[in-house]
Design a protein around this ligand. Structure first.
Ligand code: HEM
Length: 134
């Protein structure tokens, strides 16, 4: 494994150095883009669930794009649980693009061509992975 972070990791690191908590930006974007998702979260305690969902998704993305130690498998498990929550497959996948777009806007001029390319590839791979999991 190389010591230098891959472009996906870099994008999270840079974003993290600018803003401690990505959750408000990510969910604001999700609710704007897919307004039906607002009502999908429980009315009490949803902040905890949403924070935890994002943190686990980021962990899974970093593992998927990096060492593949095992956290990436969450994606396949959650496709199935989210069928139970009534989240359509396309929407489930859309969450990854929402995270990518949040990072891109937050990074502004520091969003590099390598990051853009790595994220494009990741979104395609995640879609294939989640599709096969079902
Ligand atoms: C727009 C897409 C998505 C929607 C609308 C959505 C919706 C939800 C909802 C409603 C819950 C809460 C269920 C409850 O109240 O107990 C939940 C929990 C969760 N979601 Fe998602 N989800 C989405 C995408 C994802 C993705 C892509 C992942 C990860 C690959 C993920 C991982 C999780 C996890 C781990 C939890 C449990 C959090 C916890 O309680 O610790 N979700 N999701």
């Amino acid at each position: 494994m190389s010591a230098s972070p891959n472009p996906i990791e870099q994008s999270f690191e840079l974003a993290g150095s600018r803003r401690a908590d990505l959750a408000p930006l990510v969910y604001q974007r999700l609710f704007n883009r897919h307004p039906e998702t607002r009502a999908m979260f429980r009315s009490q305690g949803s902040e905890l669930v949403m924070g935890s969902m994002l943190a686990l998704t980021v962990e899974a993305i970093l593992d998927f794009a990096g060492p593949r130690n095992g956290h990436f498998r969450l994606i396949a498990c959650e496709v199935v649980s989210h069928d139970g929550y009534g989240t359509p497959r396309e929407l489930f996948i859309a969450f990854f693009a929402v995270i990518r777009d949040t990072l891109r806007d937050l990074l502004g001029d520091d969003w590099s061509a390598e990051m853009a390319q790595a994220w494009d590839a990741l979104l395609v791979e995640v879609e294939a992975f989640a599709g096969v999991a079902a």
